[in-house]
Unconditional design. Structure first.
Length: 87
């Protein structure tokens, strides 16, 4: 299954909306999901005019969940300092 496929997989039909960005059933993170599908065909505009998408996750516990891409927590790698190229 391609995460960017235009056709949603069957398991997304039973997905529930997660208030926090983790499985509402077992609290597993998105990184622990068995499968991922992003609904890129239907972006939504946020209050600040940025696009957001539904991200669907097939959890290892057997439950499917979804959350908005804008609700994703910041990456632990986002604020790393880049090593200097030349010293």
């Amino acid at each position: 299954m391609d995460f960017a496929s235009p056709t949603p997989p069957e398991w997304t039909k039973t997905a529930s909306h997660a208030v926090q960005f983790c499985c509402p059933n077992c609290r597993a993170s998105a990184a622990e999901a068995k499968q991922v599908w992003i609904n890129r065909r239907a972006p939504v505009m946020s209050e600040d005019y940025r696009r957001k998408w539904q991200e669907f996750y097939d959890c290892q516990c057997g439950k499917a969940w979804w959350a908005w891409s804008s609700d994703r927590p910041p990456s632990e790698f986002a604020n790393r300092e880049s090593p200097p190229f030349f010293e």
